[in-house]
Every structure is written in C-alpha cells, then in structure tokens.
Design a binder for this molecule. Structure first.
Ligand code: IPM
Ligand code: MG
Length: 362
C-alpha cells in the first residue's frame, strides 16, 4: 500500500471551506482503494497567521512541506492586508521556492453547466492553458524610488530568460502532443513588446522542431480574446506568459460557466519539489463562512493532483463523480444559479465515489 503525504494549506476566505472539502473527497477515494492511502498535514498559514506573527508563513515554512508528495492550496487574500503581501508572502513564495514553473489550467464546459456563449457547443470548448509561472511579468524585478515626490518612479520589469522560455515551451508542446488534437497556440505580443516577446516567438519556433507532429500557430494576446469567443473550437492547448495567461484563464473560466469550477496545478514537471493544486477562484470574502462556496474547483484540482501522482484511474473516478454532480441542477451552488451548499456538493461527490467502488466490487 502506497502512502501519499499531502500538505493542506487552506489560506484565507473560502479556502478554509473548500480545502477540507477536497480532503474529504480524497479520503472517500482512499477508502475505495487497496493500493494507496493519504496522510494529511494541515498548515494554518495566511492572513490570520500574519496578524499573529507578522508573516504569512514561517521563514522555514518551505522546509516543512518540501518532502510532501503534493500540496492542496485554498487561496491567499485578506481584506485587511495588502494583496501584494498576501500573494508574495505565501502563494508565490511556494511557487517560486519550489520552481513550479508550469501553471496548468484546463477548461471545459462540464455536463449540466449553462455556459454564457450561446453559439458554443460544449465540445467546442476544451482547452488547457499553460501559464509560465516563474518569471515574466511576475518575476518581482523592479523598484520604486522618490516615493511621494513629483519625481517618483516605479518599474515592474518583465524578465524572461532563455532557460525559462525553453522549458515552458517544451512543456506546452509535450502537453499538446499528448492530447488528441495535437494543437498548440502560442500567445504573444511581439508586435509591441519588441525584446522579450520576440525572443519568446523565436524560442517557440525552435522548440516546435522537436515536435513535428504538433500543429501550432501564433496569436496576439488581444486577438486571442476575440478568438476565444468567436472561434473557440480552433483552440486546444494554449501557452502564454504569466500575466497574459492570468487574464486569458479568467476569461476561459467565465466562458466555461463559472470561476467556481476552474482548477489549477502549479507544477514542477521534474518532480524535484512537491507541486501545488488549487482552485483559481480566490478567497471570495463576500460569501466566506456561509457554507456557500462551490467546491468543484477544488475537486477538479484534486483530479489534477491525482494525475500528477500517476493515479490516473482514481483521477478518472473523481472527474466522473464531479460531472455527475454538475449534471444535476439541484446540486448547483450559488455561482451557478443554484441553492446547494458546499457540504451537499461534497457529500454527493463522496457518495458517488463510494457507490462506484461498490458497483465495481459486486
Ligand atoms: C490567479 C490569481 C492570482 C494571480 C492572484 C490572486 C494574484 O489571479 O491565480 O490567476 O494573478 O496569479
Ligand atoms: Mg488570475
């Protein structure tokens, strides 16, 4: 029997509701398995920790989770702490500390979800956005001088390295190659950003030669927003810089029906460090503590976590349970126009996992 050790970091806001729900699903799943189990360790890092200790996580926090097999994360964000502190003090500290350079964001219209594009059939929208997750616009390079004076100046430098671009392009081409359509769109803005984005384009062309069976094209980021709406079926795997993909992935999630459903993996493809899985919806203070949060984004992130561990059958079981639940409007939470609670959706998924295992055994 294999034991996977998982760090849970609920963080702030509804993260505290959806991460325990995700853990429950993993526990229900483990009960049905004779080959693996999970061992969880919870970390209370985030806004409350900051109020007590002046930091979002302890200085040696990375060491406490370095040897875990994976991390299940909720969200970082607190109405009383500046966003750049919550983000850089926790989530980015883990992403950068563990060199989780590939951020992967699958988007599909799940069964039963009423997506906003009336001309888009569910099968027209099946994308995976690969977001460069270690540099670019989020590299943290920059500075601010002469604060408060008329000559005040500030820079956020988008830094791209050849090594950083090559590895994310290689990851994206490989992912595209593993999907049935073998289709990759490289998002760029090399018409206006004439240094780093030109290098980005050159490296895309160079890496494409390693993947002759992948069809690929280039699209400017602004034009790609229109293409996502007007011709969603022409896209499959998409690779973009940190900020471009941040924006495109919110659009993608909205087009698929709700931000409450969308999952992410912050992945170290080389498995040197644990990878981190999280819903992309954020802390949602307007509904926190009310039991109304949609846990589906976390459950789909759990599917990605299982895939990363190589537990593909288990991942399929969870995904199928998720889709059976989304297919039932009575199990839709408020973001989907329904009245279901976090607990009801979680119970439904757990029951389906148990029932599926019993059917298999019979
Ligand atoms: C995301 C989020 C974060 C980001 C925020 C919370 C800083 O929007 O994961 O997409 O921009 O990376
Ligand atoms: Mg975002």
């Amino acid at each position: 029997m294999k034991t996977y050790s998982i760090a849970t970091i609920p963080g702030d806001g509804i993260g505290k509701e959806v991460v325990p729900a995700g853990q429950q699903v993993l526990e229900a799943l483990a009960k049905t398995s004779s080959t693996f189990r999970f061992e969880f360790e919870n970390f209370d890092w985030g806004g409350d920790y900051y109020r007590q200790h002046g930091v979002m996580m302890p200085a040696d926090g990375l060491d406490a989770i370095r040897n875990k097999d994976a991390i299940l994360f909720g969200s970082a964000g607190d109405p009383h702490i500046p966003d750049h502190i919550t983000l850089w003090g926790l989530r980015l500290k883990i992403c950068q500390g563990f060199d989780q350079y590939a951020n992967v964001r699958p988007t599909r219209i799940l069964s039963g979800i009423d997506a906003p594009l009336k001309r888009c059939k569910p099968e027209d929208l099946n994308w995976v956005i690969v977001r460069e997750n270690s540099e670019g616009e989020y590299s943290g390079v920059g500075g601010r001088v002469h604060q408060g004076h008329p000559i005040e100046a500030a820079t956020d430098v988008s830094m791209m390295t050849r090594a950083g671009v090559e590895r994310i392009m290689r990851f994206a081409f490989k992912l595209a190659q593993s999907r049935p359509r073998k289709l990759l769109t490289v998002i760029t803005k090399s018409n206006a950003q004439r240094h780093a984005m030109v290098m980005w384009d050159e490296i895309a062309l160079q890496i494409s030669k390693e993947f002759p069976d992948v069809t690929w094209d280039k699209e400017l980021v602004d034009a790609s927003t229109a293409r996502m709406i007007n011709k969603p079926q022409t896209l499959d795997t998409i690779v973009a810089t940190n900020l471009h993909a941040d924006i495109l992935s919110d659009l993608a999630a909205a087009l698929a029906g709700s931000l409450g459903i969308a999952p992410t993996g912050n992945i170290d493809p080389e498995h040197r460090y644990p990878s981190m899985f999280e819903p992309i919806h954020g802390s949602a203070f307007d509904i926190m503590g009310k039991g109304l949060a949609n846990p589906v984004g976390t459950f789909w992130s759990v599917v990605m976590l299982l895939e990363h561990l190589g537990e593909f059958d288990a991942a399929k079981q969870v995904m199928s349970a998720i889709e059976q639940v989304t297919a039932n409007p009575k199990l839709h939470t408020g973001d989907l126009g329904g009245k279901a609670t976090t607990v009801q959706v979680t119970q439904a998924v757990c029951e389906l996992l148990t029932a599926g295992a019993q059917r298999k055994a019979a």
